[in-house]
Write a protein that binds this ligand. Structure first.
Ligand SMILES: *Cc1c(COP(=O)(O)O)cnc(C)c1O
Length: 378
């Protein structure tokens, strides 16, 4: 079965092998050396002043960011389940909570953020997804961060990059906290989250908040290449292998370039066979299709063509399907997936199969990749 859900994503064979060794004790020079090397790679990936690895799923890092960086009121952007979660976290901790809510296909506007910030002086942190995985949309986070910092540089910008870090280059100039999770673009099993922090964020964290997710405690320990609590050793060993594999495959520029080309090519291929892209502004991490036959297409993909894609949640259950574009995806697998979607449409009597999806995918992918490579090499 080809796993093409936008999280979890497949774990490459060499990464699985790296994690298959005997359990290493976390308080040893051997593990600390692995931790140090992983941290170095993460600084390159995040471009932030500090990076922290936490033994939790992505939501743990979201909670740590909110509790440590928001002391009064959190402004969260809800264009889907993950954005909504930030507001729930703030409320669970008794923080003030202001939300900008939109339909799941609609990115927040920079103007709406500015208006909210100007009308509530208690807002001291903003939380927003770079890629909102519920509908596969992209929020203009870099523009939001820049606009907010121009109004008040003390407002903390928390960017959920769980389906963006490792997908695209992110300008962290105005971002205080950038979050990643192991089971999405980082091609690992679930259970590890990573936070990139700015020096301003570290200042605001001060003595930290909470206990397990107290970021001050982690900063102190991780700067010494260890963790406050037992490290997720196996996942960190896997993460080092992932980051070394990316480097061995042409580095981050190549990964970002190929992901962008693939993402564009899949969208073109599916549009060429009459399908409709759901979000108004698509994230590069996934392709989301809205379709009356979404459930039937998903079932055919799984049962007859061995492809597992994600459906929708809540009011979009049975309305959309989402195809992963994150990670080091072999091109022949991606071609198989778009071809399988076309076969499924033909099985449903929607169009006669003629191989259009595969043809358009290959033309668009290799065409844009050539352009990317020329740009990359210049
Ligand atoms: C998956 C995801 C999360 C939540 O992560 P968990 O690992 O399920 O806790 C948060 N934000 C985004 C954008 C995600 O895609």
């Amino acid at each position: 079965m080809l796993l093409f859900t936008p999280g979890p994503t497949p774990v490459p064979q060499n990464v699985r092998n790296a994690m298959a060794d005997e359990t290493m004790h976390h308080r040893t020079p051997e593990f600390e050396a692995i931790f140090e090397r992983t941290r170095k790679h993460l600084f390159n990936l995040f471009n932030t002043d500090e990076v922290l690895m936490i033994a939790s799923s992505g939501t743990g890092a979201m909670e740590a960011a909110v509790t440590n960086l928001c002391h009064k009121t959190l402004l969260n952007v809800n264009s889907g389940k993950f954005g909504e979660r930030f507001g729930k976290i703030a409320q669970a901790h008794g923080l003030g909570s202001v939300e900008i809510k939109n339909e799941w296909d609609t990115p927040v506007s920079v103007e709406a953020i500015i208006e909210a910030v100007k009308s509530d002086a208690n807002i001291d942190a903003i939380a927003v997804q770079i890629s909102e995985s519920a509908g596969g949309l992209s929020h203009p986070v870099e523009e939001i961060a820049q606009a907010v910092k121009a109004i008040n540089p003390d407002i903390m910008i928390i960017a959920d990059g769980i389906t963006a870090v490792g997908v695209e280059r992110i300008d962290v100039t105005n971002i205080d906290c950038l979050i990643a999770g192991s089971q999405k673009a980082l091609m690992l099993p679930p259970g590890l989250s990573i936070l990139g922090l700015s020096n301003n964020a570290i200042e605001k964290i001060g003595a930290g908040k909470g206990y397990y997710l107290n970021l001050a405690t982690e900063i102190k320990q991780q700067r010494k290449n260890t963790t406050a609590w037992t490290a997720a050793t196996t996942l960190i060993i896997g993460l080092l292998e992932v980051l070394e594999t990316i480097e061995a495959n042409g580095g981050l520029s190549r990964l970002y370039g190929e992901t962008a080309c693939r993402s564009k090519a899949v969208k073109r291929a599916l549009e060429a066979i009459g399908l409709k892209i759901y979000p108004k502004v698509s994230a590069k991490s996934m392709t989301t299709i809205i379709d009356d036959n979404a459930s039937e297409i998903r079932n055919l993909l799984k049962e007859d063509y061995d492809v597992n894609v994600a459906g929708g949640q809540d009011h979009l259950k049975g309305e959309i399907f989402r195809i992963n574009q994150m990670g080091l995806i072999p091109n022949h697998e991606m071609a198989w997936v778009v071809n399988a979607v076309e076969l499924a449409l033909s099985r449903l009597g929607r169009r006669e199969y003629d191989g259009t999806a595969n043809k358009v995918f290959n033309e668009a992918f290799f065409g844009t990749l050539d352009g990317f490579k020329r740009g990359f090499e210049n």
